[in-house]
Design a protein around this ligand. Structure first.
Ligand code: PLP
Length: 426
């Protein structure tokens, strides 16, 4: 700083001018507590002690045991801190970072996201949530009255309503196959989609993991069948991404949209939108702002002023995830699922209503306590044991939905099982 400027600032009694850090310095400073955490996670250990360490890095209200990640994901402490630091940086010098100051950092988040799904960064937009991604797809399609969209009965309203609003209202027909609740095989599910296809089908809209009972839908098989007939496939990946390994090149769907604030443990309000390079020309931006002429995938995230600290916080959440390792997370999810299912398998009052095969379910399981109403079970789990779950009564499930995210330990599953047994026997 020049001597003149120093003197000038002194006369204004505002001390010396703030040192303006570079984005790289900001990233290093904001994620400092995270770096220490990452060092503890990067090893081959997959013991229960390791996962207890992971659990200790998540913070919940006192006494809360959180089996409800499917509703909203938790965010580890160092990610919360990093996000807060990014927010403070933004507010310390409000105009510097919003329109380009963090360009390289945002591009780095895009690249990490692309790597997570084995696709190109030119196929990833950083949006706000799955609902937005589904609206983007549904509002874009130039469909004619009489064309058909397949959307099965288990779809979430965020994936269904955009099609109703943008397409059904103009005469496009929504075809709704009924899916089996507890199928025994992938073929059983694929058959329902096959039967629903007609020469007028233009799009299959399908979720990766249904929010009702945690069933995984066979995206790869349905996509292969659809593409043979020139049908586009749009996937609601809200409950899939982060729960288990996903290779979007291999699944081959056209569009895949995610809420990073569920199984990727991001700060809230960050979503991912994947559009296969060759399918991008089908799309139109949902919001039109300065720079809309951009022909790259970035045109779908162009909201002008937006939640950049959260997007950078999501980048930090990806660093957290990468320190543990995707494969380790994948295996842990299935380990927790098997541990839980084994623990209740001989109890005839606790009935699982999620398919058993690993190809058909992972980190979400639903369970009925025979003779009890699900709302009572949900309330008692919470009031008597501090366990949060989600009641599901759709499709006659009468079952609590339990999410097995990586911050859940086997000790907590033991507590959950004891609680369910006590409720069943009372
Ligand atoms: C399958 C599915 N799709 C979409 C959504 C909507 O997610 P968001 O509100 O983050 O857009 C949810 C939320 O629970 C969901 O479970």
């Amino acid at each position: 700083m020049s001597e003149n400027r120093r003197k000038f600032l002194k006369t204004l009694s505002i001390g010396t001018a703030a040192t303006l850090s570079t984005p790289t310095q900001i990233w290093a400073k904001s994620t400092k507590p995270l770096q220490a955490t990452l060092a503890d996670l990067k090893n081959d250990d997959a013991s229960e002690a390791y996962w207890e360490t992971v659990r200790s890095q998540f913070q919940f209200a006192e006494g809360l045991v959180y089996f409800n990640n499917g509703s909203l994901g938790a965010c580890p402490k160092p990610i919360r801190e990093a996000t807060m630091n990014f927010r403070n940086t933004l507010d310390d010098f409000p105009s510097k970072y919003m329109w380009g100051g963090w360009k390289d950092e945002i591009e780095a988040v895009r690249k990490k996201t692309a790597d997570l799904f084995s696709v190109s960064e030119e196929e990833i937009a950083l949006i706000h949530n799955t609902t937005e991604g589904m609206n983007l797809i549904a509002s874009s399609m130039d469909l004619e009255p009489g064309d058909e969209i397949i959307s099965a009965d288990h779809e979430h309203t965020s994936a269904l309503n955009p099609w109703k609003y943008w397409q059904e209202a103009k005469g496009v027909k929504l075809v709704t196959p009924t899916l089996p609740i507890v199928p025994k095989s992938v073929d059983e599910v694929v058959a329902n989609y096959r039967k629903a296809i007609t020469p007028k089908t233009k799009v299959i809209s399908i979720c990766h993991v249904v929010n009702t009972n945690g069933m995984i839908l066979p995206i790869k098989e349905v996509t292969a069948m659809a593409h043979e007939k020139g049908i586009l496939v749009a996937v609601d990946g809200a409950q899939g991404a982060g729960m288990f390994n996903i290779d979007l090149k291999d699944l081959a769907c056209d569009f895949y949209t995610v809420s990073a604030h569920k199984w990727l443990f991001s700060p809230k309000g960050v979503g991912i939108f994947y559009a296969k390079q060759e399918s991008q020309q089908q799309l139109k931006p949902l919001v039109v702002a300065r720079g809309y002429e951009d022909t790259s995938i970035r045109r779908f995230e162009n909201y002008n002023t937006r939640n950049l600290p959260e997007v950078l916080g999501f980048g930090a959440a990806l660093d957290y995830r990468n320190a543990i390792g995707s494969q380790k997370i994948h295996e842990r999810t299935y380990d927790l699922k098997h541990y839980f299912r084994d623990a209740i398998k001989d109890n005839h009052k606790l009935i699982l209503k999620t398919p058993e095969a690993d190809t058909l379910s992972a980190g979400i399981q639903v369970l009925e306590v025979i003779g009890k109403d699900v709302q009572e079970v949900k309330n008692r789990l919470f009031d008597e044991f501090g366990i949060d779950s989600r009641p599901m009564s759709k499709f006659g499930l009468n079952a609590v939905r339990l999410s097995f995210a990586i911050f859940i330990t086997k000790k907590q599953i033991d507590t959950l099982v004891r609680a369910l047994e006590m409720i069943a026997n009372s």
